[in-house]
Design a protein around this ligand. Structure first.
Ligand code: GTR
Length: 428
């Protein structure tokens, strides 16, 4: 396995040339899956201010945290427009039943809409809570879903999404609309009963309610309300993260939910989103990144699997307008993704990879967790707590959980069991 160069070690001119050549070579063509071809790189130092001073304690971290947050907004995800930060959405509970899961749980549908924009998008939040939440608020997981709320569980009372949807291989989406056949289609990724049985609520929302996931020049979704992003403003990941914050605004008001114990979860592009939401909004009590990869938990400078160039080319609407400037020079970015993970400190964080998901660079996700850990240490906590990547299916970690599961890019009961155990340990 390739050895990482120590931090601060100046890159030799040879390494710099090799790095340059390899960036050119990696470009758009083949993704690199060979550890020996990972270019030499030097990570930006987590505990060093931009002016070169060292960060030594919690108080200084608060300032460094703000610096990093600004850098991620300016260079990667874009800034949230002020109007979006300020807006208060209108809340309507459109359905509430108390006999969900054979009476074990309640189910509620809540719509969040723009008060003076009847044509504006509506965010549909589904909240499923265990029976005991009738008497006492419970902690909750909150995550966006890919295929509509009806996809997470087959109960026909869940409203079928009417929002624009990406086509699927199985034909459950016709003319960009979810059909009845999509009910429960993603239930393997959302073990609702297991979550409820463990005493947690689950809240979810279709990500396309916030911004449909295609490059339309930022016309639709919440862009229709806040306008096309100005220079440096958010891309779709920024809007999805904003949607999670708006959902949390609601959950704080819901008597069944303990608003101080809402954990944000996301898979893949929605894992990137969960991280960006957790970074910006410290109200999230725990953050879960499931197979988030490039632009999520994985270190960009490794250029293993999906690269910054690839992601900006395939998904030009996800990030801000500055990130693509670094497509061919990721080494010049003032941040790398370990610093995004560090923005969760001192809260518990779960980073999960899958062995068969090399596109998301499991090793780069582990290293990111490891190099983020010093931020937790400033608070007298341990981050991931190990130096070497653990064997497959063996979760590790103190306040940062890391595991690499057998199997492919997906969310499974194995992943959720770890998140629930970690939530029991740190949040409940
Ligand atoms: C892939 C993309 C990844 C990941 C994934 C997903 O096509 O390259 O970055 O986000 O999609 O969200 O399923």
């Amino acid at each position: 396995m390739k050895k990482l160069p120590p931090f601060l070690k100046p890159v030799s001119s040879f390494a710099a040339i090799a790095f340059l050549l390899s960036s050119v070579a990696l470009g758009q063509e083949e993704a690199n899956y060979d550890e020996s071809k990972v270019p030499d790189y030097v990570l930006p130092e987590l505990l060093r201010f931009e002016d070169g001073k060292t960060v030594r304690n919690e108080a200084q971290w608060t300032k460094r945290r703000q610096e990093l947050l600004n850098l991620f907004a300016d260079y990667v995800y874009g800034r949230t427009p002020e109007a979006a930060e300020k807006v208060k959405l209108k809340i309507d509970v459109t359905q509430a039943v108390t006999d969900f899961l054979g009476g074990k749980a309640s189910m509620k549908e809540v719509s969040l809409s723009f008060p003076d924009r009847e044509d504006g998008p509506t965010l549909h939040l589904l909240v499923i809570a265990p029976k005991e939440a009738m008497g006492k608020p419970v902690p909750a997981f909150l995550g966006l879903n890919f295929k509509g709320n009806q996809s997470i569980h087959p109960d026909p009372r869940i409203t079928l999404s009417k929002s624009w949807m990406r086509p699927d291989k199985e034909g459950r989406v016709v003319d960009h609309q979810a059909t009845e056949a999509s009910r429960g289609a993603a239930s393997a990724r959302w073990p609702v009963e297991m979550i409820i049985d463990r005493g947690y609520a689950l809240a979810t929302m279709y990500y396309g309610d916030i911004d449909p996931d295609f490059d339309d020049g930022f016309e639709n979704g919440v862009h229709a309300v806040f306008g096309k992003p100005k220079e440096g403003e958010w891309g779709s990941i920024g809007t999805w993260a904003w949607g999670l914050e708006k959902a949390l605004d609601y959950l704080e008001l819901d008597a069944q939910i303990d608003g101080t114990k809402v954990m944000v979860f996301g898979h893949s592009r929605l894992g990137k989103t969960a991280l960006w939401a957790g970074a910006q909004d410290e109200r999230f009590a725990m953050v879960i990144s499931n197979d988030s990869g490039c632009g999520g938990a994985a270190l960009s400078r490794r250029q293993f699997g999906e690269t910054v160039k690839r992601i900006n080319t395939s998904f030009p609407h996800w990030f801000n307008d500055r990130f693509p400037e670094y497509n061919d020079r990721v080494g010049d970015l003032p941040i790398d993704q370990h610093e995004l993970l560090a923005l969760m400190a001192p809260r518990p964080l779960c980073v999960a990879s899958a062995e068969g998901d090399e596109w998301a660079d499991p090793h780069g996700e582990f290293l990111s967790a490891k190099f983020a850990s010093p931020a937790w240490e400033l608070f007298g906590k341990k981050g991931v707590g190990v130096d070497e990547m653990p064997p497959v299916d063996q979760p590790v970690g103190e306040t940062i959980s890391y595991h690499m599961r057998t199997g492919k890019h997906d969310v499974t009961d194995f992943d959720w069991t770890r998140y629930l155990d970690f939530a029991d340990r740190h949040v409940k």
